[in-house]
Design a protein around this ligand. Sequence first.
Ligand code: SF4
Length: 363
Amino acid sequence: MWAGLNLGEDDLPEFGNRLAHKRWWYPFEMVRACTLVWLFTGLRADEICRLRVDCIKWQKDDLVVAGSHEVVTKDTVCWLNVPVNKTGRAFTKPVDRIVGEVIDDWRRVRPDHRKEIDHKSGEMVEYLFSFKGRRISMDYLNHTVIPMLCRKAGVPQEDSLGAITSHRARSTIATQLFNAKEPMSLFELQEWLGHRYASSTQHYAKVKLTKLAKSFTQAGYFERNIRVVEVLLDQEAVKSGAAVTGEPWRFYDLGHGYCSYDFFDQCPHRMACAKCAFYVPKESSQAQILEGKANLQRMLQEIPLSDDEREAVEEGIEALEKLSAQLADVPTPAGPTPRQLNENRGQVNFIPSSSIQRVPSRN
Ligand code: SF4
């Protein structure tokens, strides 16, 4: 693209006797217009060769976008009439104004030509890229324009995708428009490329890895499946050696109370606490003494959730009851099952772990 935008007369390939004055078969203005049409319009080679001399229409007035109050101010884009192609009828599409400018530059110096028959449509037409009775061929892009641009840019004519051919610009533009910050939808891209079927457009509209990564991040898969719980560490119990003798020293904040089980993250009841022997209610004197300690250290721990647990956390009481019912006969780390604990207490045993929060976004 840089080479095309900075094309100079010296970049044109020479023809004829090298000792004679440099001569080019086609005028510079025509080569430049052809090059920028290739780079910016996403047309097929055949469509470029068959563009009519009057293919550009300038947008002279502000345009209100149908169904909205948005306005496309005049001269933002110009309109390109694309001739009938292999899969569809002639159509018009917006293109960057630089395309219109270089075509106008060429038209200003272009000699008039007799009309020729377009074998696709049967019409008598005046081709845009024609000079001294010779219209550019489909090979002109592959054998002249692309080698010229690669030479100027100092890049090889092949890369990891293979040889750079006339189709490369079309596929690159399609990918870029689909992956733009405010991308074209697949339907819009289909219209712009002149495809009859959306499946053809999908072939071009490859999602870039960076966009895929962004969409994946925004989908929050990681955050959806991770919750954060605050943990209180009783440093006094650690320093005094009480922790070694089995005294609780790590307390997971469940909102309504603390879980003093060291391996809380492995407890099957962690999202609907069954209040086993490791449970410390917040209103208990043990919890109040703990909270009053000066050297209490607070930290956050991320807990990965199962699908049922995520549902229970996100979808409320019904999902929570369902989870509790599933776990009714699963032993707690302290031994008894929730059903046994419930029978002993004569009350509903589960309590949602209400202070366990969705993990903050890492963006
Ligand atoms: S059931 Fe026991 S071990 Fe499990 S979260 Fe509740 S208090 Fe902690």
